[in-house]
Design a protein around this ligand. Structure first.
Ligand SMILES: [Zn+2]
Length: 337
């Protein structure tokens, strides 16, 4: 309720504030725009857990960004963060996380057409559709449950197998969206009850990039970064698990993309990870620098990005960019939204 009011107020504010005012506030800060997928299709592994931009909407975003900001390629960001080189006015950058197949089929042609640089952060365990990300499994399960006419018996069965209180479709959706990394076996139990064959989905739909597609993105002059092996939620992980997730995925991407070092973007966020551990991991020659998801500017070691997908679908690009920046500035200053 309060959240809705705040969103609406920021939405209204974004109409009144000119873009030049926003740009004057952020003129020296690289604004990171972080996407996951772009598609005109209803993607069953995403639609239960997140929004995403249509192809037209994404194209309007990036064209607007190109006209009003200086979109940086990764080497310029790297030089700025690691070597203190100066940036042009109104710097921005575009990234995609997770390594979904639409990065190649839908995003790549638009970026090439408008000559827009981008960093693709890949979850290495998903490359080639070897397995399903559990959040995507949650979305698939929600889609199936929503289409069951008489779901009570099925939900009772899932509740019994998972030990969760699930009495309605709403309960199920809420639970499936909130499942944490270390509880994902419960989602697999639910999927089994629902008759969902995850291997068949992976083979038929091919939701993730292949190695060949990633190599082609690199040949196209885009930058490839790492986003973990398993998309681990590091908040509750051990130091060894965090080392393996970061260094292991960076080393994998180095080998695949023919690089000596690559950047790493935290799955979820870096919240709760000891800065000293991150400092230590940065000594690994395969690990270049860190990107996070907590809004604008630096948050300790990592360079932040704004989460675009959850806000897309509403406005023209001018208002959208203003809204997104305002929302993140206010959120970081005053709220935990
Ligand atoms: Zn991710």
């Amino acid at each position: 309720m309060l959240k809705g009011l705040i969103f609406n107020s920021i939405f209204n504010l974004s109409r009144l504030i000119p873009l030049r005012t926003i740009k004057s506030i952020t003129s020296k800060i690289p604004l990171g725009f972080n996407y996951h997928a772009v598609s005109n299709q209803s993607l069953p592994h995403l639609k239960g857990i997140t929004r995403y931009s249509s192809i037209g909407e994404f194209e309007r975003h990036v064209v607007f960004l190109k006209e009003n900001f200086r979109i940086l390629p990764y080497p310029e960001i790297r030089d700025y963060v690691l070597h203190g080189k100066s940036l042009p006015e109104n710097p921005a950058f575009v990234t995609f996380d997770d390594g979904l197949s639409q990065c190649f089929s839908e995003v790549r042609p638009i970026l090439l057409k408008h000559e827009i640089p981008c960093i693709f952060f890949i979850t290495t365990g998903l490359i080639g559709n070897k397995r399903l990300f559990y959040r995507h499994l949650a979305s698939l399960c929600i889609g199936i449950v929503n289409n069951i006419d008489e779901p009570v018996d099925m939900l009772t069965e899932i509740g019994r197998r998972t030990g969760e209180k699930i009495k309605s479709i709403k309960d199920f959706s809420k639970w499936a969206r909130s499942v944490k990394f270390d509880e994902q076996d419960k989602l697999y139990k639910a999927a089994e009850s629902l008759g969902l064959d995850t291997n068949e989905f992976l083979t038929k739909e091919r939701p993730y990039l292949s190695s060949d597609e990633i190599v082609q993105l690199k040949r196209d002059n885009f930058s490839i970064g790492a986003h973990g092996i398993d998309h681990l939620d590091m908040k509750h992980a051990t130091a060894d698990e965090i080392r393996r997730e970061i260094a292991g995925s960076c080393e994998f991407i180095c080998n695949l993309a023919g690089e000596t070092s690559v950047p790493f973007a935290f799955p979820f966020t870096s919240a709760g990870i000891e800065p000293a551990l991150l400092d230590e991991i940065l000594q690994n020659p395969a690990v270049d620098m860190f990107f996070d998801n907590r809004g604008i500017g630096f948050n300790g070691l990592p360079l932040n990005r704004m989460h675009v997908d959850s806000h897309c679908g509403k406005f023209d690009p001018d208002r959208f960019i203003k809204y997104l920046v305002l929302y993140n500035l206010l959120r970081q200053r005053f709220f935990t939204l």
